[in-house]
Design a protein around this ligand. Structure first.
Ligand code: HMG
Length: 389
């Protein structure tokens, strides 16, 4: 009998501050309908100067360690595309902040927004090899585009932590997967740049091409039919993208594009991303969290996942919701992670956007801004100094 492996626990964290799109629209003269309806975004999380992918990742993962302990975790996979170091994995800092055992392997994975799905699939492979082990997957990103660019309205920041193991309490991940890779320059970030470069309209086309490609492979591999899925969790760089993607999939499969059918298929998956913004690797799994937190009972229902990472790699796969999952959700904590953010005005957001460390190797403390459990206290001799509170 094949093992049941999947997501045993899921927790997320987001930035200290939030910028409503009304403030951005007032600054750049955009009609607010473009943001609220056109791209489907209401606000975006903005990290404090003393937050980064490490503090967000540790904040997301800490409740999982508190609930389950770390005895069975022998691997931490940290997925990100806003890496802070070209050599050292951000996961090693998280491992230290969480006090995980030294008998752990820790690694960082990258392929744009797709990285967390690669991490999840690799984790399943490790658990398959030794079912006694669990893998901690952390997907953490700060999405940053140039000020006053079209991408600016699709920024955000969040981390999702997932505990992967046998007999999962939330979602059992299934075989097969539909896979798709294409060498496209739709979105990229050279090592010398902090903000991503993007050809926005090409990126939407590349995403839709990947939806087709993954679905074709998924069906060829013997996957489920479209009708079997209770809901579709898409990567959401902005929530309207999920609508575009599902419409495209329906058309590709020969169905009419009925707006009500699309809305039903997406269910509540857009609720968190709409107010957090693009969290790159974390985005699909924030979609899952919102769906599980807000839907009627989904026990036994298959869910579809479409993970897309620019450049591009994508995967379509399925997961089935496990009986009793509702007792393991973190709905109140999730609401709290979003509600606790402090709203900033445009000027404060701009200051935060422009904040960066000097690169002279000196001692530089960060302003104390975050109220979260972990902070980036400063940098000294090119070393990042983290603090647990
Ligand atoms: P833009 O070019 O400024 O916007 O930027 P637009 O002119 O295309 O308008 C957007 C939508 O708003 C359009 O709807 C307009 O009609 C509508 P659509 O035709 O698309 O259905 N609109 C209005 N609606 C209501 N009332 C109004 C109004 N005005 C206009 N008054 C763009 C949009 C997404 C291109 C830009 O924000 C951008 O470049 N974003 C970054 C790239 C991105 O998110 N791409 C998504 C696919 S790639 C991906 O998902 C991977 C990624 O996450 C990275 C990774 O993998 O690492 C990005």
């Amino acid at each position: 009998m094949s093992l049941s492996i999947g997501i045993h626990d899921l927790s997320f964290a987001t930035g200290e501050f939030v910028l409503p799109h009304t403030a951005l629209a007032a600054h750049n003269g955009t009609e607010i309908g473009k943001y609220h309806l056109g791209i489907g975004q209401e606000s975006m999380s903005v990290p404090a100067a003393d937050e980064d992918i490490v503090t967000l990742g540790a904040t997301a993962a800490a409740p999982i360690i508190a609930r389950h302990g770390a005895e069975r975790i022998r691997t931490v996979v940290f997925a990100t595309e806003s890496s802070i170091d070209q050599a050292k994995s951000a996961g090693v800092y998280v491992h230290s902040l969480l006090g995980l055992p030294s008998a752990t392997r820790v690694v960082e994975l990258k392929q744009a927004c797709y990285g967390a799905t690669a991490a999840l699939q690799f984790a399943i492979g490790l658990v398959q090899r030794d079912p006694a082990q669990q893998v901690l997957v952390v997907a953490s990103d700060v999405s940053k585009y140039e000020l006053d660019s079209p991408g600016e309205a699709t920024q955000g920041a969040a981390a999702v932590a997932m505990l992967v193991g046998v007999d999962p309490a939330l979602v059992r991940i299934e075989d097969p997967s539909g896979l798709f890779t294409a060498d496209v320059m739709d979105f990229w970030r050279p090592n010398y740049r902090e903000a991503a470069l993007v050809d926005g309209h090409e990126s939407i086309g590349a995403y839709l091409q990947a939806v087709e490609g993954t679905w074709k492979d998924y069906t060829e591999q013997g996957g489920r039919t479209l009708e079997e899925f209770a809901a579709f969790c898409y990567h959401q760089p902005f929530t309207k993208m999920a609508y575009k993607a599902h419409r495209h999939l329906l058309n590709y499969c020969g169905y009419d594009t009925d707006e009500a059918v699309i809305a039903r298929a997406l269910g509540h998956t857009t609720a968190y991303n709409r107010v957090i913004g693009n969290s790159y690797t974390a985005s699909v799994y924030l979609g899952l969290a919102a769906l599980l937190d807000r839907s009627e009972d989904l026990t036994g229902r298959p869910l579809a996942f479409l993970s897309y990472g620019s450049g591009s790699v994508a995967e379509f796969f399925a997961g089935t919701v496990v009986a009793g999952y509702r007792e393991h959700l973190r709905t109140d904590a999730n609401r709290q992670a979003i509600d606790r953010r402090t709203e900033v005005d445009y000027a404060r957001y701009r200051d935060l956007h422009e904040w960066r460390f000097p690169t002279d190797g000196g001692d530089h403390a960060t302003p104390e801004q975050t109220t979260g459990p972990f902070r980036l206290a400063g940098i000294s001799g090119h070393k990042r100094l983290y603090q647990a509170r």
